[in-house]
Design a protein around this ligand. Sequence first.
Ligand code: CDV
Length: 341
Amino acid sequence: MTSPHNAPEPQGTDPDAAAPGPLDTQLSRPLRVAAAQLGPIGRHEARASVVDRLLGLLSQAHDAKVELVVFPELALTTFFPRWFVEGEEDLDLDSFYETEMPGPETKRLFDKAKEYGVGFCLGYAELTPDGHRYNTQILVERDGSVVGKYRKVHLPGHREHEPWREFQHLERRYFEPGDTFPTWNAFGGVVGMAICNDRRWPETYRCLALGGAELILIGYNTPIHYAPDPSQDALAGHHNHLVMQAGAYQNGCFVIGVAKGGNEEGVNSLADSCVIAPTGRVVALTAHTGDELAIADIDLDLCANYKETLFQFERYRRPEVYTAITAQRGPTPPSPNTEDR
Ligand code: CDV
């Protein structure tokens, strides 16, 4: 496993020494992938019923000779951070978390995936044995082995009850943030993961690309209504593709973005699951807001067209100029120039 924290320091060698020659245009790392979008999951929908739905999509993917299926964020339950409950026992909070993976309900999914020889990526709420709670996504190879686990770094929303909102977004109450963007050798390439709000931050893609990522898997639950600024509601679909297309292009990666869409417990959520190439183009897109596959044939060798030319990091990046990115969190604008007043 590699991580950006282990990434080598800039080497101080002459970057022009590594000038790229013309690219080999033969592509030879094909992979058939699917964004496995889910429609709404009700608050009281049994885990077994949700797993049946996942198995239905897995079976369709198998019939279509797909090798990697990507399910959304919190794919086993409703998006429970929309509710605040003071005595959290009312919400039966723990019922939304997995304490083991695979667990009794999810083992069927692992067994079937292994039988089919189809890998998958699955988002779920994780409760660790020592009581920590994370918004988590795992990557499972075609032989059923868990390749890696990612815990959401950027937790949106708020921690306390905000009654002025139509619905809550209490991820900052119900989860702790993750603290790393790992990458793994899997599916014939280098794979990284991110979860929902992570996709809006360019640092996510860049950290993953610095770990060598060629394929970034992103599950999301995005309510179309954004309470702090409803003028953004009409732009939700545009912003969703904008950030993932930019992340793919600027880092020479494929991105698979997968929604839990439709109207879930009265909250309308964005669908628009897609596969994006390093060109920045959407190459597969769901048509509806329910359970559906968007399938694409990708070739991981296409990443080199970008990683070894315009975005050859070793040659063109200037990390010594970017220190503000890790040295500070918020902006520090210049002080007002009193002479100009
Ligand atoms: N699940 C999410 O992270 N949702 C956020 C919403 C709150 C804006 C998102 O970035 O889509």
